[in-house]
Ligand binder design. Structure first.
Ligand code: 6PG
Length: 477
């Protein structure tokens, strides 16, 4: 019997994907650079399903049914190219190579184009949900040709998470579309995490709550519209006590957030596309600031206000205010992320169904949340929706959150609690809804020093004012 799919790269993500496939009744060929990992998998989990261990690239390829489907799960970058180079010459027209790592979509586009020349399908696939997700049901975002999805789709849908019976897997679009969408998923993940972290900091700084109390607040929030995996695990982390010291876990961890780079990519591409994804950008910068140890050490003595906790009526409503501010800021972060997907789709000619993306993010992935039901519905109802902020329930939620959102940020500013995520979300919102922006003045400045010209509100065309002359006469440019 031959295998319907093969997995090469059997570190924890690859191993769990292979086990997930086998547990669903698919025969899985296994390959790893060092043979030991392959042997270990078969030894430890061989009874979970049908595995065909292969100890050379040729053996692996020979173990597969046609069209062959090979899932690569190795480190993004050069290791991925090395594996492709190893297998591509052994494959035949119509075979499919899947890269399930966190590759940059530009690399995926390059690889897809090169392999297409050889008659091979290359599918860059986003897989989210960490180790547990890979084993029990991730959210899967495959790019590549529609043809490749015909054979791969049923397998991936089978092993993906399910929400209301619907698989958390859909064909995103051609070439790099899947990895692009996974990249933005991670950018949104950064923003969501930062907003939750700011909420924690606010509850602690303005109310004097202990981490365990804040865990309870998050647990309560998790029963409402903020119901999500990230809120759930936040409560767990906050409630955890360090065994060695008896202190809250959050107080013994170094406060320098790291990043493997997908959030940074999202912001870089956001800049290239000219999409204002300020919430994601602030989240990436907040991590960079946290990690700037020397800068922080040098700045520690700088003056700030005293942090007297709130009292009275303000204290009583504060946690609810933060919940509203968090929800409104979260809507902004998602609105920005979805706009980036829209812009990427337009730039690269992918016809991405935003409602379908929101739908497959409802389960399996790190940003899975009840809220994504409504996002999905909003885009299903209006695929060309300019921004989530104007859509029915979200518009109403932001309207209801207005006063709380502003007052929470005002409190943060007054007490000197940094809330870049909340603040940039509100600034984005106020910027979008503004009748007039001071960008008109920026145009005037640009024309003054560089004759960069401007357009007028009342006439067509471009104009320049002769700023250096006393007449300051205007002429068409
Ligand atoms: C997922 C995660 C996963 C990974 C992140 C972590 O969707 O399963 O996003 O891909 O955990 O890349 O990213 P950082 O190390 O950059 O925080």
């Amino acid at each position: 019997k031959k295998a319907s799919i093969g997995v090469t790269g059997l570190a924890v993500m690859g191993r769990n994907l292979a086990r997930n496939l086998a547990r669903h009744g698919h025969t899985v060929a296994l390959h790893n650079r060092s043979e030991q990992r392959t042997r270990d998998l078969v030894e430890q989990f061989g009874d979970e399903g049908d595995f065909i261990p292969a100890y050379s690239a040729q053996e692996f390829v020979d173990a597969l049914e046609r069209p062959r489907q090979i899932v690569i799960m190795v480190k993004a970058g050069a290791p991925t190219d090395a594996v492709i180079e190893e297998f591509a010459p052994l494959l035949e027209k119509g075979d499919v190579i899947v890269d399930a790592g966190n590759a940059h979509f530009a690399d995926t586009r390059r690889r897809e184009a090169a392999l297409r020349e050889q008659g091979l399908h290359f599918v860059g696939t986003g897989v989210s949900g960490g180790e547990e997700g890979a084993l029990h049901g991730p959210s899967i975002m495959p790019g590549g040709s529609p043809e490749s999805y015909e054979s791969l789709g049923p397998l991936f849908e089978d092993i993906s998470a399910k929400v209301d019976g619907a698989p958390c897997c859909t064909h995103i679009g051609p070439d790099g579309a899947g990895h692009f969408v996974k990249m933005v998923h991670n950018g949104i993940e950064y923003a969501d995490m930062q907003l939750i972290a700011e909420s924690f900091d606010l509850l602690r700084g303005a109310l004097g709550y202990e981490p365990a109390q804040i865990a309870d607040v998050f647990r309560t929030w998790n029963t409402g519209r903020l119901d999500s995996y990230l809120i759930e695990i936040t409560a767990e982390v906050l409630a955890h006590t360090d065994a060695a010291t008896g202190k809250p876990f959050v107080d013994i961890v170094t406060d320098q957030a790291e990043q493997k780079g997908t959030g940074r990519w999202t912001v870089q591409i956001g800049l290239d596309l000219g999409v204002p994804i300020s919430g994601i950008a602030e989240a990436v910068f907040a991590r960079s600031l946290s990690g700037s140890a020397n800068l922080r050490a040098a700045s520690r003595g700088l003056p700030g206000p005293s942090r007297t906790p709130l009292s009275g009526a303000a204290a009583e409503t504060f946690a609810d205010d933060v919940e509203r501010a968090l929800y409104a800021s979260k809507i902004v972060a998602y609105a920005q992320g979805f706009n980036q997907i829209q812009a990427g789709g337009a730039e690269y000619g992918w016809d991405i169904d935003l409602g379908a993306v929101a739908k497959i993010w409802r389960g399996g992935c790190i940003i899975r949340a009840k809220f994504l039901d409504d996002v999905s519905a909003a885009y299903a109802a209006e695929p060309g929706l300019p921004t989530l902020l104007t859509s029915g329930d979200f518009r109403k939620a932001v309207e209801d959150a207005q006063d709380s959102w502003r007052s929470v940020i005002a409190t943060a500013v007054r007490l000197g609690i940094p809330t870049p995520g909340f603040a940039t979300a509100l600034a984005y919102y106020d910027g979008l809804r503004a009748e007039r922006l001071p960008a008109a003045l920026v145009q005037g400045q640009r024309d003054f020093f560089g004759a960069h010209t401007y357009r007028r509100v009342d006439r067509e065309g471009s104009f320049h004012t002769a700023w250096a002359t006393s007449e300051r006469a205007e002429s068409p440019a």
